[in-house]
Write a protein that binds this ligand. Structure first.
Ligand code: FES
Ligand SMILES: [Fe+2]
Length: 439
């Protein structure tokens, strides 16, 4: 791929040039890449630390580990959230050991030092035994940048971090805000230890070229034809977006106008007769948009009022630099994140969450695993293969593991990409520049 080639349906303002750097296998297993990524990427970007809804009282906390680092985010008296490195100032013992917790003070389990929610040291054993008198009130946990946005608590370890919104970019932030993630509830959250480098999962989410081969089951309700997709690359921030039409069969097949059962069920749900679309399935999407507009609020879909016609029927797939994907459904969002394993470049931690709006007074919502109880859940930790992550995610990860094997081959020469995979190329060129590795 060269810089002159453009992605299909690429909007010119959001079509960043690429150089054609080879994407060699080494970056997916070499320690020098993992070390550079820690120094230049992970310690300098915004991370999701957890769900703001889990912080209610002052002293409630979230923890999140990234690499060998751990961060604790604490609810303050004034309702704000502050983040600190999760290490005791006395001798370094990790302070908070659960992902969600709360107490008036954070108590170290080694010698009992206690910290207020603002990070200030408040109690030590034998305070008179310290040179210069009690250390209480003189030392505060090391603080890092922290913000709440979209229902998530975010942190950034960079001492010079700018505001989260500047990192998101106005175009991406204001578009994502249409879905009101801050009003959604996390109903599914599994993190899986997967035997592949974190970037293999990124690459997968940075292209839709794999859909016909890997996810053929969705081709009757999601139009994966690349000429019908819209792609944006945001050169400054490194984020990107892809829109695929929903409730429309893939235009790539001659059978596209044949109505399949899932689309017939959607028509019926929205009060339309499937018989009218038996041989015109491509037209179902527009008809459902009109029905959603007409009766959505009455059926419990009040959130559609703030959304555009495309947003209430299509899939908007945002990948934020470097490692967070939000796949926006009309009624919810998948959070798909890959983070590096603390020590092994050939493993990563893959988060798959689903956050959703309530639908009327229904006690279930439809998520990536089908009907899902509408109740807030904690994050469950598994090793890949122990249980399903949903059909589509299982399919994606199964090839990720196989790709990790193939990328070790001396026969792999650095990738041959289609135009519609330009987001993959852009991602790696940005990574090369940020890490300062160009060989
Ligand atoms: S390490 Fe925390 S009190 Fe000693
Ligand atoms: Fe996929």
């Amino acid at each position: 791929m060269t810089g002159e080639q453009r992605m299909d349906r690429q909007v010119a303002d959001y079509d960043a040039p690429v150089r054609g750097d080879p994407i060699t296998g080494e970056r997916y297993y070499a320690k020098r890449w993992a070390d550079a990524e820690w120094d230049k990427v992970w310690t300098r970007v915004w991370h999701i630390g957890g769900m703001a809804a889990d912080l209610i009282e002052p002293g409630d906390f979230l923890t999140h580990h990234i690499g060998r680092e751990s961060v604790v985010m604490l609810k303050q008296e004034d309702g704000s959230v502050r983040a600190f490195y999760n290490a005791c100032l006395h001798r370094g013992y990790r302070l908070a050991w659960t992902e969600i917790g709360g107490a008036p003070q954070l108590v170290c389990g080694y010698h009992g030092w206690r910290y207020n929610p603002d990070g200030m040291l408040a109690h030590v054993q034998d305070p008179e035994d310290f040179a210069g008198g009690s250390p209480c009130g003189k030392h505060r946990l090391t603080e890092i940048a922290c913000e709440v946005w979209g229902g998530f608590v975010w942190f950034n370890m960079d001492k010079d971090a700018g505001p989260l919104r500047a990192w998101l970019g106005e175009k991406v932030a204001s578009h994502l805000e249409q879905w009101r993630m801050d009003r959604m509830t996390r109903v599914y959250a599994v993190v899986s230890d997967v035997p592949c480098n974190w970037k293999i999962i990124r690459d997968n989410f940075n292209e839709s070229y794999h859909l016909p081969t890997l996810h053929p089951q969705i081709s009757t309700v999601i139009n994966d034809d690349h000429t019908d997709c819209v792609f944006h690359i945001h050169a400054r921030t490194g984020h990107n977006m892809m829109r695929m039409k929903g409730l429309q069969p893939s235009a790539r097949y001659d059978t596209r106008n044949k109505l399949d059962i899932p689309l017939a069920q959607a028509l019926e749900y929205w009060g339309l007769d499937p018989a009218d679309y038996r041989d015109t399935a491509m037209d179902a999407r527009d008809a459902i948009i009109r029905r959603k507009r007409a009766v959505g609020a009455a059926k419990g879909y009040a959130h559609y009022a703030a959304m555009g016609d495309e947003e209430i029927v299509d899939y908007f797939h945002f990948t934020l630099w470097p490692n967070i994907t939000f796949t926006m459904w009309p009624d919810g969002a998948q959070v798909l994140r890959s983070e590096p394993h603390p020590t092994d470049p050939e493993r990563c931690l893959f988060d798959h969450w689903f956050i959703a709006h309530p639908i009327g007074d229904s006690d279930v919502v439809i998520g990536p695993n089908g009907p899902t109880p509408f109740e807030q859940v904690d994050r469950e930790h598994i090793v890949f293969g122990e249980k399903t992550l949903g059909d589509v995610a299982d399919q994606d990860l199964s090839v990720a593991i196989g790709q990790q094997q193939g990328l070790h081959s001396r026969g792999f020469r650095g990738g041959i990409l289609a135009n519609q995979e330009k987001r993959v190329q852009f991602f790696h060129e940005k990574l090369n520049d940020v890490c300062g590795i160009h060989d």
